[in-house]
Design a protein around this ligand. Structure first.
Ligand SMILES: [Zn+2]
Length: 219
């Protein structure tokens, strides 16, 4: 009896670690959002493209600081920034988003195709796939299930694309001066602390067989 239950347990574990479902819940990506994304690529990065496509080179991990999946989804599910009015906002009216949203129980949601640009990391959106995790406040620290799902996603993405870097959002300014850094405005920066080095290091440790490059040190 004991042997059988152990075997079942091992099989269940194996299934969990190798196969996770990615649930598609697309955010609005209408004509306006496509236009604003192309405009963002042109104005911020000097990339004149017919489509809002990216070439993934890195994965950036985030937290939403918003405690629920529903609220986090709502923040991303509009084409323009909430307080934006055409011709007034100087940077861009394009709303923020990410490619993936991981709920507190570890469920993985995909919001937009992996090779479409999302606005989540200044300077690097033309090459960065974003993973947002629901929570991150003192009351809602990221969960073990979220960590497992981030590890799964990084492995999945690194097997599919030519990923060189896995970074936490708080590390993004280390890329200033790097060939992948394309932001044209030296004054356009925001201070970030998400998702914390502890979380990032755990993801890196679990994915070290991919030999990702170390984050560049600023000159
Ligand atoms: Zn972030």
């Amino acid at each position: 009896m004991k042997k059988i239950s152990l075997l079942v347990f091992a099989l269940a574990l194996g299934a969990c670690s190798t196969q996770k479902e990615i649930v598609d819940i697309p955010i609005i990506f209408d004509t306006q959002r496509i236009l604003l994304t192309k405009e963002y690529l042109l104005n911020r990065y000097g990339l004149d493209q017919n489509t809002p496509e990216i070439t993934p080179k890195m994965v950036v991990l985030h937290w939403t600081a918003t405690p629920s999946l529903k609220k986090s989804f709502e923040v991303f599910n509009r084409s323009t920034l909430p307080i934006w009015r055409p011709n007034i906002e100087s940077a861009s009216g394009l709303n923020v988003s990410s490619h993936f949203l991981v709920d507190r129980d570890g469920t993985i949601y995909r919001l937009i195709p992996e090779t479409t640009m999302a606005r989540h990391t200044i300077g690097l959106n033309h090459c960065a796939i974003g993973i947002e995790n629901v929570g991150g406040t003192e009351e809602t620290p990221l969960t073990k299930q979220q960590l497992k799902s981030n590890i799964y996603l990084v492995k999945y993405l690194a097997s599919k694309y030519d990923i060189d870097y896995v970074i936490g959002h708080q590390e993004y300014t280390s890329f200033e001066g790097h060939p992948l850094w394309l932001e044209v405005d030296d004054g356009y920066r925001t201070e970030k602390t998400d998702p914390g080095m502890d979380f990032v290091e755990k993801v890196r440790k679990a994915t070290k067989k991919f030999n990702f490059k170390p984050v560049p040190t600023k000159q």
